[in-house]
Design a protein around this ligand. Structure first.
Ligand code: DC
Length: 241
């Protein structure tokens, strides 16, 4: 962390730090996290992809999404790994690359549903803590600054008005989407409600997170603002990367 020591500001080596990016769907987390990772030479870890991969496994097994004891048993025998990719992480579910199978609406909805269960969260959190233990990571999710890495060197809570997030999500889906924008926005609201109101690790800013509201920003502007926050927190302002 940046500290004032006898009036001198100290710098933190980015390769040792953890940058936590939390916020609701469609706020721009992935874009910001990907950019920060590239810019500061860090590993980018998308924790939502882990919940998605586990949800895919449950859907494939045709088990109910709301039976915590069954889900816990499956989780205990499931391996989920994230590997750095060019754009997104490669997601390995029991060794199988499922990266291309976890972004559809069915998995998105199932991931939000299974993520309310404490035993599932505890397993994911442990895996995430192992992956980030050495530092040098940007980790993106809902509970990174509050639960996974409460001592992260930089915490950013990225938010935006629901209608802006819904529109961004629709634009992102682009030609791939057969879903009308109203439906995308409705689904996003439902997910927000679940993520913010679950009893275990609800989506909320850590007390020491910097709030970044990207409602009136382009994603490029949000990225630039996030970069400035990281530079200031790590005492790197004015240095070039
Ligand atoms: O970030 P995402 O949209 O890929 O996440 C999918 C779901 O996973 C999201 O609706 C809630 C859950 N999730 C979570 O509970 N905690 C995280 N750290 C990341 C995602």
């Amino acid at each position: 962390m940046t500290q004032d020591q006898g009036g001198l500001r100290t710098q933190t080596d980015p390769s040792k730090t953890i940058i936590a990016i939390d916020g609701p769907a469609g706020a721009g987390k992935s874009t910001v996290a990907r950019h920060l990772a590239r810019h500061f030479g860090l590993l980018n870890l998308e924790t939502g992809a882990m919940y998605r991969a586990f949800a895919l496994k449950v859907l494939r097994s045709e088990l109910a999404l709301d039976e915590p004891a069954v889900l816990e048993r499956i989780a205990a025998e499931t391996s989920i790994r994230l590997e750095p990719g060019d754009d997104e992480n490669r997601v390995l579910l029991d060794g199988e690359d499922v990266s291309g199978l976890i972004r559809n609406q069915l998995v998105t909805d199932a991931a939000s549903r299974i993520s309310v269960f404490p035993a599932i969260r505890a397993r994911m959190v442990r895996l995430q803590q192992e992956m980030g233990a050495q530092g040098g990571v940007v980790m993106e999710g809902r509970d990174i600054g509050t639960v996974v890495f409460p001592h992260a060197g930089v915490k950013i809570f990225l938010d935006a008005a629901p209608e802006v997030r819904g529109q961004r999500r629709f634009d992102q889906l682009g030609a791939r989407s057969t879903t009308p924008p109203e439906e995308v926005i409705r689904e996003l609201h439902a997910r927000d409600e679940r993520d913010r109101n679950r009893a275990d690790s609800p989506l909320k800013p850590a007390p020491d997170a910097v709030l970044l509201d990207s409602t009136n920003m382009t994603l490029d502007e949000a990225v630039a603002a996030a970069e400035t926050i990281v530079e200031e927190k790590l005492g790197l302002a004015g240095l070039r990367f």
